[in-house]
Design a protein around this ligand. Sequence first.
Ligand code: SF4
Length: 313
Amino acid sequence: MNRLPFFLPMRNCPHRCAYCDQRTITGHSETPLPSDVRTGVSGIEGPVEVCFFGGSFSCFKENLQREYLSAAASAPGGSSIRISTHPLCVTPERLSLLAEYPVSIVELGISSLDDPVLNVCNRGYSGSEALEKISMLLDDGRFTPGVQMMTGLPDQTESSSLKDLELIAAVKGDRRMQLRIYPCLVLKGTPLEKMLNSGHYSPPGIPDSARWAGRMIDHANSLGFELLRVGLQETVSLSEGVIAGPYHPALGELARAFALALSLSRSRPSGPWTLSPFQRSLVLGHGRWGLRELARLTGREAHETENLISWTA
Ligand code: SF4
């Protein structure tokens, strides 16, 4: 289904997260009104997924939530609504309000479950509180849940990120859950910029960040998550607002390529490997990054590794 996103930049967030500036990330500085949403959906033909991103939707006052949701619900028959929100604004009452409208997916910005990381990022909750909210959303059963995780945050390690996924997977069980992975970038004017300038934060580089996110993808696949996206959507405003961090327009592809290399090296450490043409760009794109990583993981030269790969028609 086509998506119709509306960005509500940092509206009603209970805290200012250290790394966040949604206006820079999305390129949207104005908050659309419910009337703008109604106008936006009025010209649409056929079902659409109306998305409210970039803020903490369920933290809005009840009346305003209803106005936005009613406007979104005026989309053609078969349409649905996806919202993104802060874990602190997940309560049985707020979920029941959402359920009065065709909301099908609720995404929670989780970032991390590691308390020191959450504190330094000013997220405003503990890892155990976040897990409780994920559990509440899952047990409610009326929405497909999604979690947005981050990598490369201050004081965060790769092993703590992987453990976070395991903790969420333990709550999830065999239920469906969507996942987005966002490597942290340092944006102009954020508290994270101050940490960077004072030497209290040093972001991972692009290769390490791609490997970190790649390990997350690999782990998420084995734990049954439905991966939606890795890395932020490229926008002019983002490219102008990034000061430091693993900024690369194809970071998600690099991470997926590393995840593939990991899985190939694990399943058949000496090769050979038969891959589909759809995987060709992951292996040979971006300066043959995936091939070079597979070679590194299996202890061979890149040209030897390439000779061990065949492609299905
Ligand atoms: S990360 Fe999410 S909760 Fe935090 S300030 Fe940004 S939009 Fe708000």
